[in-house]
Design a protein around this ligand. Sequence first.
Ligand code: SF4
Length: 479
Amino acid sequence: MKNHSPDKEIRLLPPQSQTGPGAVLIYPNSYSVGMSSLALHQVYRHFADAGLSVQRAFYDEAETDPRSFEMREPIFRFPLVAYSLTYEPDILHIVRHLNRSGIPPLWRDRDEQCPVVLVGGLGVAANPALAEEFADVICTGEGEMVIPHIAAAISAKDLNRKSRLEKLAEQEGLYVPPLGFAENRFALAYPVVTDLETCPCHSLFLTPDDEFGGAFLIEVSRGCSHRCKFCLVSHRVGQVRFRSGSSICGLVNEYGNRIRKVGLMGAAVSDHPDLTEVAEYLVGKGLSFSCSSLRADRLTDDLLALLRKGGNQTITLAPESGDEQHRRDLGKPIKDLVLFDAVERAGKVGFSKLRFYWLIGTPNRDLEGEIDAIIGCCREIERIFMVGGGCKITCIVSPWVPKAFTPFAGESMASAGEIRRAIRKIRRVLAFRGGIHVPPQSVWEAQIEGILSVRDRDFVTSRILRVSLGGEEARSVFC
Ligand code: SF4
């Protein structure tokens, strides 16, 4: 794990006893991406609280003999090897990581000496088919609901491998493919925590090398009530739950002078009923802060002013479509007036940068119409926002990707060629006018994500094996 070391981190969790059976918690992507995932911190805490000796590991393409991050121990020595899978294509890293670690990637090849391999996270909860041939156990719910049971099963003495798996299978939210494939993977339970106050979820290690520059991340909400038709969060994670403002401020207070910035995390941050009070508290303490998501229809003047005082220069919004009716059809009914008004007020408060997320290739929609609507909407945004001059607008144009459990799950993606041409046209037209930056997107990565998100076990397994172990190019195998 070059250039990264536990010595460079600020540890907010007291040292663990390291006496229980070992668990290695692996993020199947780089250290920077993994440390930016609150799920990693949260699961680490719960495994440690449940009595396991936990270490972390990350995926590094150059690492041929993977080791744990903390103590550089070989992965196969841990009784529990747990992967957190949010982004579906990371399954390719998981299979390669298992193989390099000396653990047979297919569960049917494992014997009594092998660790129990667990895969959890939203990616696999949405489509367990991804990991059905690789994981001994798939977690299909929120970690807090199953971790005590996992720890008890791993700690139980005198159990052979089969009995241990049977014990794991007793818990709702744990699916054990070696005991039989689920007849209907969409019927697997997704148990959730009802009260976030019972499970503080925040950074346990601060590092300047994460994607938030070392911010103390706090989960302020889970789930989302808006139910946009393309969005996995609202259709798999369930009803929105909020952590109270007093408990968010209490957590910030607890870690006092070790924190300089705070990241408020969740799919529905701007729906939080106490967001303005929390923002006032953070600004009053002299802390900078950012929000992981904002909706144009929740941006009050007070909140915009506090975001500026909290050190933000950019407002990020995700209108998805440039056409008001299309936004309604997608389940995101933000009116043009509301969007343009938010842009105007952001400019007046002193924001110098705007970032927008757009989707193209959505079901039942003509691509040319989507392109024209995005271009028209961006021109209007530019007209409103650039009045003061010297401002920047970035537009991230991404292909729509099907996700299981959403109303669009059965729809097909536009072809890579069509999407590429569409993004090129948007870039050409908007960049020509000077002020709007449209970064290139990896279209084929989105195609792979789409396949892995919805296709069945046989289809994905053979392709994953060809790429992860056979060394074939993912692009040519999947696209
Ligand atoms: S508002 Fe955001 S998080 Fe909520 S359903 Fe829509 S896209 Fe998903």
